[in-house]
Design a protein around this ligand. Structure first.
Ligand code: GLN
Length: 485
């Protein structure tokens, strides 16, 4: 019998529409797969089986009545920083271990309106801070290609769940690469949208001027379908864009005549030569399909990582200040004499090391003696980086880089060295610093571990990168290879 959980969203949609399968069968198949595999993988923090089956039943009724939207009856997993009403939302942190969301994030409201099935909440680094999922208070998620390796982060649970066929697609959040980096290390497609394209209402904030929710899919089309359902203006988010959204459910491959720029600055120190080779091969494939390729320079690109690691902790320290154990978050069990001691105890017990490190860094760079030297300077450099992208997109339709300099690393390998961990983001952060859209998709394997190709587009041009990604995907078959897990 066909294992329904292995289907793509597009295939499952066709079968649901033709009544070959039911949403209840499809959901049950994913739940069985989770039960069978998640002890090893640890991708899920909460599985909402009962609710998912109820949603699937309702979806079946809708399909029977003749209205099957692309996501109707499709089981999706949600990173545990996106609120789902009446379901626990830990953000990977002990400080929120008992927090039950009281409302739906806008993206969840939209998924529910589309009659998608929400199957559970996935593991992540604490408050989305990390590149490996090792900063979760609930244990690391394993990479389905090699259980001794990390799945990437911070949305590692979502990436692993999709690649291990525990669900058909997932949502993550990307502040500096947390969708694209784990997508690359697990062999999925992952998309970060133009800043403001998707509402942040109901997302546990890390750094508000970077954060964007986005989709993971097994294919480019699946990813586009989820994007289509969640994006669009929301009056509950003051940074939400009002620009019209293209209909991406009818995506077609387009690459002929497109101008691709290869930023010379992306050939960073530490780039695995085999990863570089695969990306160069991918570029050759795109050239054969009719793209025009040239080198381009974005001179301020090397400053993206330091700029990000100044502004992001500054915003994080401000966003996380609310978790004092009184207004928000878990209170420490021991009694204290003063209010200040109480705050300190609650935070000391509730937050993990990386979160504390970033709160201290951010508080430092925002303090009056250092504000101009660090925070203001970083904002100025951010403007220069935005300028570089705007300049490049006058000439090019899209830019291509590797997503990550190397393949998935071993669990524990970088956990004592924050700088080595931060270097994982060197190729992804610039899209967040500038606010442009970017996608990662599989472009091959090194030692049986997947490698990601990153395509970066101009503001609002998700369609251009998805069309180019689809053209590449159709010319290759990397995502037909599955982990023997
Ligand atoms: N790895 C990056 C960080 O640690 C990105 C995190 C993210 O995108 N949420 O900040």
């Amino acid at each position: 019998m066909l294992s329904l959980h292995t289907l793509t969203i597009k295939k499952a949609h066709e079968k649901l529409k033709n009544k070959e399968i039911s949403a209840v069968e499809l959901t049950q198949s994913c739940l069985d797969r989770i039960a069978e595999t998640d002890k090893k993988l640890n991708a899920f923090l909460t599985v909402t089986g009962k609710e998912a089956l109820e949603q699937a039943k309702a979806a079946d009724k809708k399909i029977a009545a003749g209205s099957a939207e692309p996501l109707t009856g499709i089981p999706l997993a949600i990173k545990d920083v996106i609120l789902v009403k009446d379901v626990k939302n830990t953000a990977g942190s002990k400080i929120l271990e008992n927090y039950i969301a009281t409302y739906d994030a806008t993206v969840i409201r939209k998924l529910k309106e589309a009659s998608a099935v929400i199957i559970g909440k996935t593991n992540c680094d604490e408050f989305a801070m990390g590149s490996s999922t090792e900063n979760s208070a609930y244990g690391v998620t394993k990479n389905p290609w090699d259980l001794e390796r990390v799945p990437g982060g911070s949305s590692g649970g979502s990436a692993a769940a999709v690649r291990a066929d525990q669900c058909l697609g997932a949502l993550g959040s990307d502040t500096g690469g947390s969708i694209r980096q784990p997508a690359a290390l697990c062999g999925n497609v992952g998309l970060k949208l133009t800043y403001g394209r998707v509402s942040r209402y109901g997302l546990s904030a890390l750094a508000s001027s970077f954060d964007q929710i986005g989709p993971f899919g097994k294919t480019v089309t699946d990813t586009a379908w989820i994007f289509n359902a969640i994006a669009g203006h929301d009056e509950k988010d003051s940074t939400s864009l009002t620009e019209d959204m293209p209909d991406l459910t009818k995506l077609s491959p387009q690459i002929k005549g497109k101008k691709i720029g290869i930023p010379e600055e992306c050939f960073v120190k530490g780039l695995n030569p085999k990863v570089k080779q695969l990306v160069e091969d991918a570029v050759k494939t795109l050239e054969k399909l009719g793209a025009k390729v040239d080198e381009v320079s974005l001179p301020h690109l090397p400053y993206s990582l330091p700029t990000y690691y100044i502004i992001m902790p500054a915003e994080a320290s401000s966003n996380l200040a609310r978790y004092d154990g009184i207004r928000y978050g878990r209170a420490a069990e021991t009694e204290t004499d003063t209010l200040i001691e109480n705050y300190l105890k609650n935070k000391a017990e509730g937050f993990g090391d990386e979160t504390k490190r970033r709160i201290m860094l951010g508080t430092y760079t925002l303090s009056s003696g250092y504000y101009d030297a660090y925070y203001t300077k970083a904002q100025k450099v951010r403007t220069k980086i935005i300028g570089d992208f705007k300049q490049a997109f006058k000439e090019f339709d899209l830019l291509i880089t590797p997503t990550v300099p190397d393949v998935a690393f071993k669990i524990g390998e970088k956990s004592d060295d924050p700088l080595a961990m931060y270097l994982n983001d060197i190729l992804t952060v610039s899209a967040n610093v500038a606010g442009v859209p970017a996608i990662s998709l599989p472009c091959g394997f090194v030692n049986d571990l997947p490698v990601g190709l990153q395509m970066i587009g101009n503001y609002y041009q998700e369609e251009t990168i998805l069309e180019a990604a689809l053209a590449y995907e159709m010319a290759t078959d990397w995502n037909s290879k599955k982990p023997k897990f």
